[in-house]
Design a protein around this ligand. Structure first.
Ligand code: SF4
Length: 377
């Protein structure tokens, strides 16, 4: 018997297997994050064109075109969980003249699983090197061994630089820190010197190593469309606690430099990112002010997530967004601040309903409830 997800998926279409690749730390290549779609289409050591049209790649495309989505994880893929896929009929009957819409119609009409065009998007996540520790997870800075980085340079830089030379977006740094990675620095240098500048790079970084000198040495001019800098604090003490061994004062010149790039229109999007947790939520208004001072175009507040540490029925000790947290009502009070109710502030990921100003509030306990899981924090 079909489950509701299967019934819903049976007439849907997803474009991911037809336009993007996602590389993993184990050097597998997928169409989507591995948690959403565990099947790999190839390895980084494969010729990229061969991986893009491998037998597994064609089988995944078939499963999407025939509506069984048999390689997609129903519970992990947000596009399935949030019912965010169009029907095939909607695409076929659309009169949208854009090249993308026309391409989807052509794919559905032809049913082709072999593609002659390379991916439009790539998320490069195959090097997790980082220059900062994570106190919550107890992880230290990591650096890939030189031998392994050299090998990655050999198998990735030239073949994938060429393969992705027409891509519309190449994302680097969603995991790991690109400017702490020997390999990604070499990839960026090779990509920028061998590709026409089209603002295709989408960089996610903690910003500590993204200096003006590094920008110039890699010759990133004209290649970067968006920069997302993870900061998580407005106060030097909080920053030092969340990034042991690092100082906010070390980061500030780089944040101002990125603001300067934005004013020059050298980048289109410059966003500061703040993961909301017990140690920093009181600094959210100051963080919005800091972001505007350095010239950021947007501020993204995200919910703290580390599901591995949480047992069922409890909430994480630092996750103030969870209504069970003792500081949750204080967070709601802070969210009333007008500085956070502005178009450049994105708090959607917190998933909180709009604050009703004047509604009765519980007093801030300043303490921790019994339900918290302290392990690992
Ligand atoms: S439905 Fe989800 S897992 Fe499947 S191809 Fe689309 S985005 Fe990837």
């Amino acid at each position: 018997m079909d489950r509701p997800d299967d019934t819903w998926l049976s007439d849907r279409f997803c474009s991911n297997p037809f336009e993007q690749v996602d590389t993993q730390p184990n050097q597998d290549i997928h169409f989507c994050p591995a948690a959403w779609q565990p099947a790999a289409i190839g390895k980084l050591s494969d010729d990229p064109e061969t991986a893009w049209n491998s037998a597994k790649a064609k089988e995944i495309r078939r499963s999407v075109l025939e509506g069984d989505f048999s390689h997609c994880c129903r519970s992990e893929c947000p596009r399935i969980a949030q019912r965010d896929l169009p029907t095939r009929e909607e695409i076929l009957s659309s009169t949208d003249p854009s090249p993308t819409a026309a391409c989807y119609r052509e794919i559905l009409k032809s049913g082709k699983t072999h593609l002659d065009t390379p991916p439009k998007r790539a998320n490069l996540g195959h090097d997790l090197s980082s220059n900062t520790a994570c106190p919550a997870r107890g992880t230290a800075p990591v650096q890939m061994k030189k031998y392994d980085a050299d090998r990655l340079d050999w198998i990735v830089n030239e073949p994938y630089g060429r393969f992705l030379s027409k891509a519309e977006r190449i994302t680097i740094g969603r995991d790991g820190e690109p400017f702490a990675s020997r390999h990604f620095l070499n990839f960026l240098k090779a990509y920028c010197s061998g590709t026409e500048p089209r603002k295709t790079l989408d960089l996610h970084t903690n910003g500590l190593l993204l200096t003006e000198a590094v920008w110039n040495r890699l010759d990133l001019w004209g290649h970067v469309g968006s920069v997302h800098v993870s900061v998580d604090a407005a106060n030097p003490e909080t920053y030092a606690a969340l990034r042991p061994g690092r100082k906010l004062g070390q980061l500030m010149p780089n944040l101002y430099f990125l603001g300067h790039l934005r004013r020059l229109k050298a980048v289109d999007v410059y966003r500061l990112v703040f993961v909301v947790r017990q140690e920093n939520y009181a600094e959210m208004p100051d963080f919005a002010r800091l972001a505007r001072r350095v010239g950021a175009t947007g501020i993204l507040f995200q919910r703290f997530r580390d599901q591995r540490m949480v047992q069922e029925g409890t909430c994480h000790a630092v996750d103030v967004v969870d209504p069970r947290h003792a500081d949750h009502d204080q967070l709601r009070l802070i969210l009333e601040d007008p500085v956070l109710n502005a178009p450049d502030v994105d708090i959607e990921d917190l998933g909180l309903p709009p604050v009703r100003i004047g509604a009765p509030r519980a007093p801030w306990s300043g303490g921790m409830s019994d339900a918290f899981v302290q392990k690992g924090v």
